[in-house]
Design a protein around this ligand. Structure first.
Ligand SMILES: [Zn+2]
Length: 507
């Protein structure tokens, strides 16, 4: 009987095994056959959907998407490469700009399958996009939205501010709208925003990415919004009446609003604002600016970093723990984007931990998934796990300024943010300043125009002038002229301030 039992059992197992093999063949062959019929766009959209499924609400008490944000470094690379392999055929088929650049580099989509393959593809500059949009107005061919897609699920147009080059426009789809809300919510969640907060957003109805991304994220997070598209006086009233806990503004405007509030007899430190969230300009990375904003509002300052060209990929963001680090650190969202740093001259990748210019590959967009786009800010990355639990790399010291902003004065290179740090580090000077550069004979004349907080007597003005001059010489190795104007002389702006006035002949 025992032998018979064994025989019966063995036959049953064989039969089961055969059935399983057949089933496995069926399972493995069916999707492959089906996948082959999908277009590159459909395959890309399927990847985007899979990695964002179930993330419309937070899955952790402190981290929105713990499986992604706290994944091991090797898992992050796995995710990046899986997305990259779907992205390459999509870009090749849907963007003439990328197809031509791949052909010029003698590459096919299958040549870039891993993060280490990326440097085979030359970085994409703003100038090359500007040339492309001039040849193919108004959209250029560097995005992956065609007329049909735009008509079917167009969402919003964003455009660059055009401060440095021809404005470039980007069409984003309904798919992007959802992805954006989720990824920006992850950033805001790390800053400590929760349902129950309410945010005053100081913006007008403009095509700039910063406010819109936050708007939809706040909606998703059930954080109430006080739409602040009104003049400053009404914003002051809104703070008083509606008691928002969060202020969303550019750093310049956050400072300006605090002054306006004080002038109206209200102490911003006693207002309802507990967090100030900035974008559009560097904030947390410039210590004196950060200190001024935090002190003005008695609030925690956070900021986001990114670019119009490669969204919606959430923003690089300051977590609460990163804020208390010295220097401050800013997380990039690496399951959504691949960040590289390159040498400013050769544009070749720099070694681990070294400073370089930021380059991004966007793995989270239907409308604008750019490949190796040169964003162009100087920083270095720390890939050790943060105290907040996130494993995303952190930009050490945040982002101080774009290479485009770098001034060359008498052969010396200078970031306007360095002057900002110095001016705002002197208490008797107000927040605004300008850098004026002119040609005098064969030399560059470099003047820093500042404002006193209050009317200064001659001795006090001389003392401030000497101090400012000495600090600029010490830190920037340049001797400036200093002009101290009366309070309220320089223009205030709601958005990116124009602080450099370059009147040099031939520029
Ligand atoms: Zn962190």
């Amino acid at each position: 009987m025992a032998a018979m039992d064994t025989f019966v059992e063995t036959s049953r197992m064989r039969r089961q095994h055969l059935l399983m093999v057949r089933a496995r063949k069926k399972i493995s062959s069916t999707p492959v056959r089906r996948l082959k019929r999908l277009s590159a766009r459909e395959r890309w959209l399927a990847v985007l959907e899979r990695f964002s499924r179930g993330l419309d609400e937070p899955l952790g008490a402190r981290i929105w998407a713990p499986a992604l944000e706290s994944a091991s470094r090797s898992r992050i690379v796995e995710i990046q490469e899986e997305k990259l392999r779907a992205l390459m055929p999509f870009l090749y088929e849907e963007s003439a700009f990328y197809r031509e650049r791949m052909r010029a580099a003698r590459l096919t989509p299958s040549d870039i399958r891993s993060v280490s393959d990326l440097p085979k593809f030359p970085v994409v500059t703003k100038e090359s996009m500007a040339t492309n949009v001039a040849a193919y107005p108004p959209w250029g061919t560097y995005t992956t939205v065609d007329h049909k897609t735009w008509r079917a699920r167009g969402w919003m147009v964003f455009s660059t501010s055009g401060t440095t080059t021809t404005p470039r426009s980007f069409r984003y789809t309904q798919v992007d709208a959802r992805l954006w809300a989720i990824t920006s919510a992850r950033a805001l969640y790390a800053m400590g925003l929760r349902a129950g907060d309410s945010a005053l957003t100081c913006t007008n109805y403009n095509p700039h990415v910063f406010f819109w991304s936050l708007h939809y994220a706040l909606n998703l997070m059930k954080v109430a919004i006080v739409p602040g598209g009104v003049p400053t006086e009404r914003r002051l009233a809104m703070i008083d009446l509606y008691r928002p806990t969060v202020l969303v503004a550019t750093p310049s405007y956050a400072l300006h609003l605090a002054v306006a509030l004080r002038n109206a007899g209200i102490d911003p430190r006693r207002s309802s604002i507990r967090k100030v969230i900035c974008g559009g300009e560097a904030a947390s990375g410039i210590p004196s600016t950060r200190r001024r904003i935090e002190q003005a509002w008695d609030a925690e300052l956070h900021d986001v970093y990114g670019c119009t060209e490669a969204v919606p990929a959430g923003w690089a963001f300051t977590c609460r723990e990163g804020l208390s680090a010295d220097p401050v650190s800013t997380h990039v969202q690496e399951d959504l984007q691949i960040w590289e740093l390159v040498d400013p001259q050769t544009l070749e990748p720099v070694g681990p931990g070294q400073r370089g210019l930021t380059v991004v590959t966007n793995l989270n967009s239907e409308g604008s998934p750019q490949l190796r786009f040169l964003v162009g800010d100087f920083t270095s990355f720390d890939t050790r796990r943060c105290r907040c639990g996130r494993s995303f790399a952190r930009a050490v010291g945040g982002f101080m300024g774009r290479a485009d902003d770098l001034l060359n004065i008498r052969g010396l290179k200078l970031f306007p943010s360095a002057i900002e740090e110095i001016v705002r580090g002197i208490d008797s000077l107000d927040d605004e300043f300008q850098i004026v550069i002119e040609t005098e004979g064969v030399l560059d004349a470099f003047t820093i125009v500042t404002e006193a907080r209050t009317i200064l007597d001659v001795d006090a003005a001389l003392e401030v002038t000497r101090r400012l001059e000495a600090e600029v010489i010490r830190r920037c190795e340049l001797r400036p002229r200093i002009r101290i104007e009366a309070p309220g002389t320089l223009p205030r702006t709601e958005f990116k301030a124009r602080r450099v006035i370059d009147r040099r002949v031939g520029l």
